[in-house]
Ligand binder design. Sequence first.
Ligand code: T6T
Length: 633
Amino acid sequence: MSKKFAIIFLALLILSVVPMVNAQDDSNYTIAFVPGVNPDPFYITMASGVNQAASDLGVTIIQQDPERFDVTVSAPIIEALIARGDIDALVTAPNDRAQSIPVLQEAYDAGIPVITVDTFIGDGNYADGEVTFPLSYIGSDNTQGGYIACTALADALGEGAKIYIQNVRPGISTTDQREDGCEAAAADRGLEVVRIDYNDNSADTAQQQTSAVLQANPDITGIFATNTFGALGAGSAIENAGLAGAVQVALFDASEENIGYLRDGTVSLVIAQKPSDMGYLGVALATAYLDGFQSLPKRVPTGYFVFTAENVDDPANARFIYSSATAEAQPRFDSSFNLAFVPGVNPDPFYITMSRGVNAAAARYGITVIQQDPERFDVTVSAPIIEALVARGDINALVTAPNDRAQSIPVLQEAFDAGIPVITVDTFIGDGNYLDGEVTFPLSYIGSDNTQGGYIACSALADALGEGAKIYIQNVRPGISTTDQREDGCEQAAADRGLEVVRIDYNDNSADTAQQQTAAVLQANADITGVFATNTFGALGAGAAIQNAGLAGAVQVALFDASEENIGYLRDGTVSLVIAQKPADMGYLGVIGQMANARGVTSMPERVPTGYFVFTSENVDDPANARFIYSGN
Ligand code: T6T
């Protein structure tokens, strides 16, 4: 790297190590938590997660409980919270997917960000569905839950069996979907759903309804109860009718009573949701948003544990049983918790910015960050660094950007095998699908959708240049997950829009090399009118080459990464587009994921896409967008 580039990056590196102002100083946020109803073991357990996250992150919770699962009860509670004027965010389980919209819209319009937990409003698709103002919907995949329950009944009863569904009330997103899931399983497995009753969330009503139906239909051999209260009532009815074992029963929600029905043989299956995870992640993501790190996943599915007679007494599974009292928060983490952070390389404005997010989240938790920077984006440099960290024996978690999707696997496996949970940020290993892909041991992959990023860049070139234009791609090195995908995305856009990719060069992450290559290609191919550079260093070199050749404006250039230099090229007209990733968000959410995991949360999403901001000459000087320019402070 030339002296000029080195000085620039060194300056940025120095800025980044300036001690972070503890994010907690001026932001002990007040977060309102409004469950669906209480007392309810499900929401009582959720509150344990809410309170633990609040303690870990240093925020204040105001919990207000509706006494009935009813929007006419919860709406006034939320309106009163809005009227207080001191609520920074709202975490709530809306009682009705349609009727709860107005009051939550009111909160949003009052400047209170909303996260829904357990239930959702609209169609639950907050990315581009009926309702999009909530930040995230964190909860079970309830259709899947109903399907699991009634598949289990089918396994026990066989095709042709007759079953009965005990549900709550139409309009509740969760129990509506459980009913749908059960009916889908019944259709797939040849069960007949004889009747569905709605108990309005009353165990007494559920018991009376179930007794009457079993009396009137002795050929019903299976029952599915879609939530705690229906389960409580159905279980009592089965017990009172002396039908334990004669009727197979699948219950939703692992309250202590429902677990008791499993232990005494009254029911055969209890599906546990993870309400504590919902609560913890709801508060953690709300805090991230309020801290300015706003790339929250619009949907966080929180998974299940399925209890049977065989596994109900295993102590390892006790943590999935709902509690009848909200647990006291465990003591906060402290500086003895060592989180290792290994960027892809430094100095690099992208990773310098990422460390800002890492340090902000770590300051909230009061933990220690041990940052070790590879001096080259190269696994032969980063692997020994990670090995040395593993050898220390005191690293509790690792957040890193692997340099190579294949060659970085062994050292990260070594960390995992040593008991160090791994989260990858920016880049991934294997195919990046940590749920059921080539490599699944990392907890999560948090980073841009890079294929989309490359597509955006070269679609913009196509918009400016038109069909038939010839373009050049400045890339880094094959094997880097992110830049490989950006190249793929650009080539897809070129194919869709009739651009010709004349040449692709690889600069090995050197701005000097990128500059020499770009200058040579532009000299040899006067008909190239578009350039796409896939990362900071390629952008820096390509921009310099365009400037030196006096081609600013004559050649359309799309750059990845919003370093100060690349923004400068946009401002002086050298380039036409700069795509900003959100590295600080990646860093912050990487720490959240690790600390949630350390608290026993098992629902961190395996994939968290962090989005983009696309700079053009029209929006680059808007102060509201300055936060997307890479900087260490
Ligand atoms: O099943 C849970 C929850 O998921 C549902 O939305 C409402 O009922 C419960 O709270 C259990 O009572």
